[in-house]
Design a protein around this ligand. Structure first.
Ligand code: ATP
Length: 365
């Protein structure tokens, strides 16, 4: 369980659904299916509105993120369930950048929460590790860093070409994500926070991370805080993941280290994430991309989307329902009711149906 903070409470919510491209279109309906099932049992009211933003629309109409979309999502929805974006027909991936990065930046979703949780010991490639050994919350800064798109080309396409990509870090941005990590640890009774950067090489941007971390950690004497360079963290997390409860890092390193973490916990098909601004409309998406190589075959693993739906339920404050979803996914793993990527023989929809049925039986219990 991710134990993320809730938006508002209450027993009704409006969810925007953006399936996107590739397997996003296959797994997101399964996430919705499970949400519908769990809401019915819990006597919650969930309203879904689907949006067709993605490569097809971009290629057809030239529109990626429609005008007014951000304000509409912010004002009319509690949360967004997102699939994935990316399509070989759009080599620049312009639509994906406009939509996903646009929503992250414009909704100011500064926390990218990526829980790394081993749900069954046979899923980890690490030897002699069990469920209790791999349980880490990775917080990736989500609105700054190397992803802001500041930079440019000089003499593009020539032998003298220069390409510049700026790493943008604000005092406010660094402080709020580090503080969020400490607060999360404290609220959830977790004892260890690790901040990771590359301040030995990135002597300006990550010097700021160092200074802010040293300042903020003083307010959390109850938490054992430590710093590791990102290369050391990559080694240590594989050598002994038991060392970590909460990791906080910048946008780029968080992207990479959470994919590494996903592999330690069973692969991309199982990894959920939340793009969060506490108290505001937030976006939940599986960590995986659109996986064009398996799209359209009906074999994509929907459990990443289902666990993502579980995080969304936690965000709404619907804890019982979130637990029911989490428990049902664990049961599917135990009973091997799985898609081929996890060694099963089931189709995407079969797994979704099975989970929805399980939660129908347990959510209200
Ligand atoms: P992005 O660039 O959008 O992050 P990516 O290039 O990292 O995407 P993904 O689409 O995330 O690639 O997936 C990489 C590979 O992992 C896929 O080609 C696919 O084989 C496998 N994979 C990812 N997600 C799933 C899933 N839900 N079910 C089954 N296999 C998956």
């Amino acid at each position: 369980m991710a134990n993320i903070p809730m938006r508002a409470g209450g027993s009704a919510a409006r969810i925007a659904v953006i399936p996107g491209d590739g397997i996003g279109q296959e797994v997101t309906p399964e996430g919705v299916k499970v949400l519908r099932a769990v809401a019915t049992v819990g006597k919650r009211s969930l309203e879904f509105v689907e949006f067709d933003w993605g490569a097809d629309k971009f290629l057809r109409d030239g529109v990626s993120l429609p005008a007014g979309a951000v304000e509409m999502l912010r004002d009319e929805f509690d949360a967004i369930l997102f699939g994935a974006l990316g399509d070989p027909r759009v080599p620049s991936n312009q639509h994906a950048a406009d939509i996903l990065l646009g929503l992250r930046f414009k909704l100011d979703l500064y926390v990218n929460a990526r829980p790394v949780e081993l749900l069954h010991e046979r899923l980890t490639p690490l030897r002699d590790r069990t469920e209790k050994d791999v349980r880490i919350m990775v917080f990736r800064e989500n609105t700054e860093g190397l992803y802001v798109g500041v930079g440019g080309f000089f003499k593009k396409g020539t032998a003298d070409e220069i390409a510049v990509q700026e790493d943008v870090n604000s005092r406010k941005g660094v402080e709020r994500i580090i503080r969020y990590a400490f607060e999360y640890a404290r609220k959830n009774g977790l004892k260890r926070v690790c901040m990771s950067d590359k301040s030995n090489a990135m002597t300006f941007a990550h010097d700021l991370w160092q200074r802010v971390f040293k300042e903020v950690r003083q307010e959390y004497a109850d938490i054992d805080s430590r710093h590791l360079y990102i290369d050391t963290l990559a080694m240590e997390i594989v050598r002994d993941p038991r060392q970590f409860d909460v990791i906080v890092t910048c946008n780029l390193f968080g992207d990479i280290i959470s994919d590494l973490g996903a592999q330690l916990a069973g692969g991309l098909g199982l990894a959920p994430s939340g793009n969060i601004h506490p108290g505001r409309t937030s976006l939940f998406e599986p960590v995986h991309g659109s996986a064009p190589n398996i799209a359209g075959k009906g074999i994509a693993n929907p459990l990443g989307s289902v666990l993502t739906a579980g995080m969304l339920l936690e965000f709404l404050g619907w804890k019982t329902e979130a637990v029911a979803v989490h428990t049902a996914v664990k049961e599917a793993l135990l009973k091997n009711y799985l898609t081929p990527d996890l060694g099963g023989t089931k189709k995407t929809t079969e797994v979704g149906d099975w989970i929805a049925e399980r939660v129908s039986k347990t959510a209200g219990a």
